[in-house]
Design a protein around this ligand. Structure first.
Ligand code: ZN
Length: 90
């Protein structure tokens, strides 16, 4: 008893590691399952414009990446995905 709780926070990663990890994540079974669920929710249509067929699963928020709930994800057409990412980067 009396053992201190250790922080489980990983050491700061550099952005390149982060990006590589993200790219690996996009190949993972978890991501595929999530993307499929999002596509089914959207019934294949883009969830922003509702006109074009969706093509890609996009993050509405990146705060919970790697354990994001479906509510952080959108099924989008290329166009809307590009606009969303532009907005997130500003
Ligand atoms: Zn769209």
């Amino acid at each position: 008893m009396g053992a201190e709780l250790r922080s489980v926070t990983r050491p700061r990663e550099n952005p390149e590691d982060r990006e590589a990890e993200y790219r690996r994540y996009l190949q993972s079974q978890r991501w595929r399952t999530l993307a499929k669920a999002v596509r089914l929710r959207a019934k294949g249509k883009c969830e922003i414009c509702r006109r074009a067929d969706g093509r890609e699963c996009a993050h509405l928020a990146y705060d919970r990446i790697f354990q994001e709930p479906l509510s952080d994800l959108l099924w989008l057409c290329r166009n809307c995905h590009g606009e969303l990412d532009d907005r997130n980067l500003q």
